[in-house]
Design a binder for this molecule. Sequence first.
Ligand code: ADP
Ligand code: MG
Length: 280
Amino acid sequence: HATYTHPRQTRRIAVANQKGGVGKTTTTVNVAAALAQGGLNVLVIDMDPQGNASTALGVKHTSGVASVYDVIEGRSSIAEVMQTCPDFENLQVVPASIDLSGADIELADMPNRNNLMRNKLDEFLAQSETHYDYVMIDCPPSLGLLVINAMCAANEMLIPIQAEYYALEGLGQLINTISLVQKHYNPTLLVSTMLVTMFDKRTLLSHEVYEEVKSHFPMIVLNTVIPRTVKISEAPSFNQSVVTYDAKGMGAIAYCEAALEINERSEVVLNTLRARKSED
Ligand code: ADP
Ligand code: MG
């Protein structure tokens, strides 16, 4: 077993890509589970009304359950709505339910609407008796207010890229939104990580996509790629991460390696963030 070290500060990572089905939720859930299995304290915030991360981590999220919706609308604190993942006592989850689906419109008139999640998260981390090593935010496939809230609450972005045709299509739009958020709300937000998902090592296309991503973003794409495996796609229907569902399988191993690589880069990332803050 490789070892995970505690980053010297909480890393807050939003997992985003406005394309659906590229592996955002799968990556959030499995990287979080791998970090938790490695002994780190992790908080996952599900910001997608579909609640797929909540399902995969085995927490209740039917309509009416206290959720991220109550947090961003100011009725509840994170501590009041979070649930412990049944598989890891050091993995907490803020669930999302379908109640969140109206939030993009409901929030539109709220003052400070972009910073609702950031304020709640700051308050939670300052008051929590547990020191969190990682906060991972699973974003919906859009560039609306929920995603802006996630980008404002995070310090870093992790962008999953599916190894397929047009992998980089739409990335320009995402980068533009990140630039807007940096300009107006969160100047030090850092795109720290890209992860190629659903990689099929037998196809030339997969290798070409990896090389293309690597050539555009050499510093941030992880060396680890996530293979396409049936176990990864089955795990959520058992309310589990693949890290517990198929612990010895290729999918679990790949996500554990990706989590290790993310964690090994903590010093570099935190130093970059600090340098940006002092320029600011
Ligand atoms: P997103 O959150 O970006 O919409 P998901 O993580 O939900 O994407 O993944 C989309 C679908 O692909 C899901 O059904 C998921 O189980 C499946 N999937 C994701 N990653 C893999 C993988 N590496 N191998 C096989 N299936 C995968
Ligand atoms: Mg998703």
